[in-house]
Design a protein around this ligand. Structure first.
Ligand SMILES: NC(=O)c1ccc[n+]([C@@H]2O[C@H](COP(=O)([O-])OP(=O)(O)OC[C@H]3O[C@@H](n4cnc5c(N)ncnc54)[C@H](O)[C@@H]3O)[C@@H](O)[C@H]2O)c1
Length: 364
């Protein structure tokens, strides 16, 4: 087992990463102390992994709520249903809420933990690649509104994250690849050597080879932890974690949530951001091409769907939380391994990116 620490003074916590952690009774009992536990999961993950978790929580009151599966249920109604359940089962301030599932379960269970009796202990057991490398770390919790994603929520750090990489073996292929987009993101924003390593090991990663997978999760968590430790509440630099997300969120919302997986939209968003940065002469065109090639190597879409017009995309940017003072902020790479936050993107170049059918295909 590898442990990565998120250093946030009194809110610091460990991310434990390894194979078979769900069967490590001593570890589970250490991160989930106390006499009351509420496990929030969904119907898919519950069927697969709930018994193993419960078997390692003897001699305490364990209540389980299985939510329906899917992003469409990441709503205020579902969140309020978690409170109702906690109330009916008489959970008090000493309870621990455990999220067993992907980012949808984690975001909702975390928001419920942040708000139940003004905040109770929260433990993340992420079961998708995206959740292991991204959503379970950093304390962002929340739900969607019909007008936009993640618009209601709270910062609420978990007390621990337990990432058992063996549970990723049951993840559907498309979900797994979508998670690889977020892994690639860390290479692009922070770590050229990791980006190169990912490309060298893309076949092993696509096959979910345990060693490669554990390393990818570890390096991703190290990067996320260090960014979060410097800017917990996204007052500045933490926004770099949104690389590809301004485009990605627009793609997701215009296509109707659920049509594109979050990671798929982020993958294409990273290619679009690379295209824009190259047009602005911020990013060498060779790096833009390399980003496109890497996204494609992980089997993710790299072409803009025809139905997403420039006009619609720009309208969608207007609803993005990253808009400050009416200007759209983009996270753009200056080279692979380094990004800047940019709020003065020339409109004509943005139009070129939004209209081209040949993203990142530049002649030197
Ligand atoms: N809080 C954050 O910082 C943050 C960061 C990124 C994304 N997110 C959020 O995360 C969500 C996306 O998360 P996700 O990609 O994990 O999607 P998800 O939670 O919907 O999980 C994807 C699918 O995989 C299934 N599943 C989960 N684990 C499985 C397993 N081990 N085996 C088989 N099936 C499994 C789920 O039931 C679901 O059908 C979005 O709502 C997004 O907004 C949050």
């Amino acid at each position: 087992m590898i442990t990565v620490n998120v250093n946030l003074a009194e809110r610091s916590y460990p991310i434990h990463i390894g194979e078979g952690l769900l069967d490590d009774g001593a570890l589970i009992q250490q991160v989930i102390p106390g006499s009351q536990v509420a496990i929030i999961t969904n119907t898919i993950v519950g069927r697969l992994y709930l018994d193993r978790l419960i078997a390692n929580l003897p001699a305490r009151k364990v209540d389980v709520l299985e939510l329906p599966d899917g992003e469409v249920f990441k709503t205020l109604d579902t969140w309020s249903g978690i409170h109702q359940f906690l109330g009916e089962k008489r959970h008090n301030r000493g309870t621990t809420i455990v999220a067993l599932g992907g980012g949808v379960v984690g975001d909702m269970a975390g928001f419920a933990a942040a708000t139940w009796q003004r905040g109770v202990r929260f433990v993340q057991i992420p079961t998708t690649l995206l959740a292991q490398v991204d959503s379970s770390v950093g304390g962002k919790t929340g739900v969607n509104l019909p007008v936009g994603k993640n618009l209601v929520g709270a910062f609420w750090q978990p007390a621990a994250v337990l990432a058992d990489t063996t549970v990723l073996s049951s993840l559907p292929e498309r979900e797994y690849r979508a998670g690889l987009a977020e892994v690639l993101k860390y290479g692009i924003i922070h770590d050229r050597a990791f980006f190169d390593w990912l490309l060298q090991h893309h076949e092993a990663l696509l096959l979910r080879a345990p060693e490669a997978l554990t390393n990818a999760v570890r390096v991703s968590c190290v990067t996320k932890a260090s960014v979060v430790a410097r800017d917990e509440r996204e007052e500045g630099r933490r926004a770099i974690l949104n690389y590809g997300h301004t485009f990605g969120h627009a793609i997701e919302s215009l296509s109707g949530y659920g049509h594109w997986l979050h990671g798929e939209a982020v993958g294409l968003g990273m290619v679009m951001a690379a295209d824009l940065a190259a047009r602005m002469k911020m990013l060498p065109s060779a790096d833009a091409r390399a980003i496109r090639k890497a996204v494609a190597a992980f089997g993710l879409p790299v072409a803009r769907p025809q139905e997403l017009t420039a006009k619609a995309m720009k309208l969608a940017f207007g609803m993005d939380k990253k808009v400050l003072d009416g200007r759209v902020r983009f996270v753009l790479a200056t080279r692979i391994g380094c990004v800047d936050i940019c709020d003065d993107v020339p409109s004509s170049l943005l139009d070129e990116t939004l209209n081209t059918d040949f993203l990142c295909e530049f002649d030197d």
